[in-house]
Design a protein around this ligand. Structure first.
Ligand SMILES: [Zn+2]
Length: 452
């Protein structure tokens, strides 16, 4: 007897390149059978009129900070509510805790809302060695950090991440030496570029070069916040040409015309408004005492000085360029979600429904199957998750069922807690985690260690 039988499913068949119909039988956490199924099941779910997708895989997000914010789940619960079943934290060079500490916390908490993976964050490690962000690191320290990265990978990290923009002192040679020191070329490397807008062409070239020299799987992070200020067309051409030469290169992007980071970050240093051709009013603060206030010069400077860790949202990107990054044949959808003290950017709670509602249904910038491929199969392949990302016999039963007519993000810049609509059911490791938008079980996920 099956555990769960999903009837009349419409699901993506990536090999055929189209949406197909059939039943899906689930047992012991796996997809046992796909097609016409007559077998009985403990639970039957009708998916008439709905789309049954492999659970979304968020290849770029920022994990919970258990050390500073306590052992509780905030962002990963938002992930579950928007149909994500597996996510990768530790991006942009920012790792909130070691792999070991993170794993132990998840065990202590009895599981997590989604399956979790982690990258080792280079910038966080650099801070631990007390290297100032504007300073070049001495060779001995770089060697020590590189050893630490190896330890993190041995502990289960899928690879390493860098945030060049956050620590302008990180040199090209520094990155190359650290990457060349990591012997396994199958590790995943994500990189937050050195500079956005006018700096985008050089930043993209630098990353293409590092990818080539390091020979690792290399992901350019959240492309839209680097190049959707007038440089997207050129950036996509550069990247597509580079991928033709180096298939281990790719990028991810999110569906909003505003980015978000800490107000004290180097991103907001002198000259940023000239670069974006915007003013102080384009910056929204997300936490008390300035929650939901747009800046002027005085408030901007005050917040940077007094609350450098506060997340700010910068409305500086162009909509057509966001859509271009989403619909390009290459590239994946990822949230870059980051939550601090319960606050942040709505992308942490709305990215995947927003792409399906806005860019697939409303503007038709991308087809349903291509959007789903960029949320499931591509990130799964990228991370070597050989049993995830497809509806196929023998695959993990991580499944998201949604209504293509109603799926929509709910979270706004004023209120990120508004939940998306149209997510009917999420199965995680073969069991029901979410039903009709309600969390049924938020401990079905587990920490996934890399096999390195
Ligand atoms: Zn980033």
């Amino acid at each position: 007897m099956l555990d769960i039988l999903i009837q009349s499913a419409q699901y993506p068949d990536y090999e055929k390149g189209k949406m197909v119909n059939g039943d899906i039988g689930i047992k012991d956490g796996k997809i046992l059978k796909v097609g016409r199924i007559t077998e009985s099941a403990k639970a039957i779910i009708s998916a008439e009129g709905k789309i049954v997708s492999p659970g979304f895989i968020d290849i770029h997000m920022h994990e919970e900070d258990f050390i500073n914010e306590g052992e509780k789940y905030v962002i990963s619960e938002m992930m579950l509510k928007m149909g994500v079943t597996t996510c990768l934290g530790g991006n942009c060079g920012l790792q909130h805790q070691s792999v070991k500490t993170f794993k132990e916390s998840i065990l202590r908490l009895g599981g997590s809302p989604v399956n979790y993976m982690l990258l080792a964050g280079y910038n966080s490690m650099r801070t631990q060695y007390e290297i100032d962000r504007y300073t070049n690191a001495p060779k001995e320290v770089i060697a020590k950090i590189s050893e630490k990265m190896k330890e993190e990978i041995a502990d289960g990290a899928f690879g390493v991440s860098f945030g060049l923009e956050y620590d302008p002192g990180i040199t090209f040679d520094e990155v190359v030496s650290v990457l060349n020191d990591q012997k396994d070329d199958d590790i995943f490397v994500s990189m937050h570029y050195r500079e956005d807008s006018a700096g985008s062409p050089d930043a993209i070239q630098e990353m293409i070069k590092i990818a080539k020299i390091s020979k690792k799987k290399f992901q350019i992070s959240h492309l839209s916040s680097c190049s959707a200020m007038g440089q997207m067309k050129d950036a996509l051409k550069e990247i597509n040409d580079a991928i033709a030469e180096n298939p281990k290169l790719d990028y991810d992007t999110y569906p909003y015309n505003a980015f978000s980071t800490h107000i004290g970050s180097a991103v907001f240093n002198e000259g940023c408004f000239e670069r974006w051709n915007k003013s102080y009013e384009s910056i929204l603060l997300t936490d008390e005492p300035y929650k939901n206030r747009f800046c002027d010069k005085e408030l901007f400077e005050k917040a940077r000085k007094e609350y450098p860790e506060m997340l700010a949202v910068a409305f500086v990107m162009n909509e057509e360029e966001i859509a271009a990054a989403i619909s390009n044949p290459h590239g994946m959808i990822a949230s870059d979600g980051i939550i601090n003290n319960g606050n942040g950017h709505p992308r942490a709670a709305g990215t995947f429904p927003r792409v399906l509602g806005k860019y697939v249904r409303e503007t038709k910038s991308i087809s349903m199957i291509d959007a789903l491929r960029k949320m499931t199969l591509e990130p799964a392949k990228r991370l070597g998750l050989s049993k995830k990302g497809q509806i196929q016999e023998g695959f993990d039963a991580d499944i998201t069922i949604f209504d293509p007519k109603t799926i929509q993000d709910g979270a706004t810049f004023e209120d990120i807690t508004i939940e998306p609509t149209g997510i009917d059911l999420v199965l995680l490791n073969g069991r029901i985690a979410l039903k009709d938008g309600d969390v049924i079980n938020d401990r079905l996920g587990r920490f996934i260690s890399s096999k390195f």
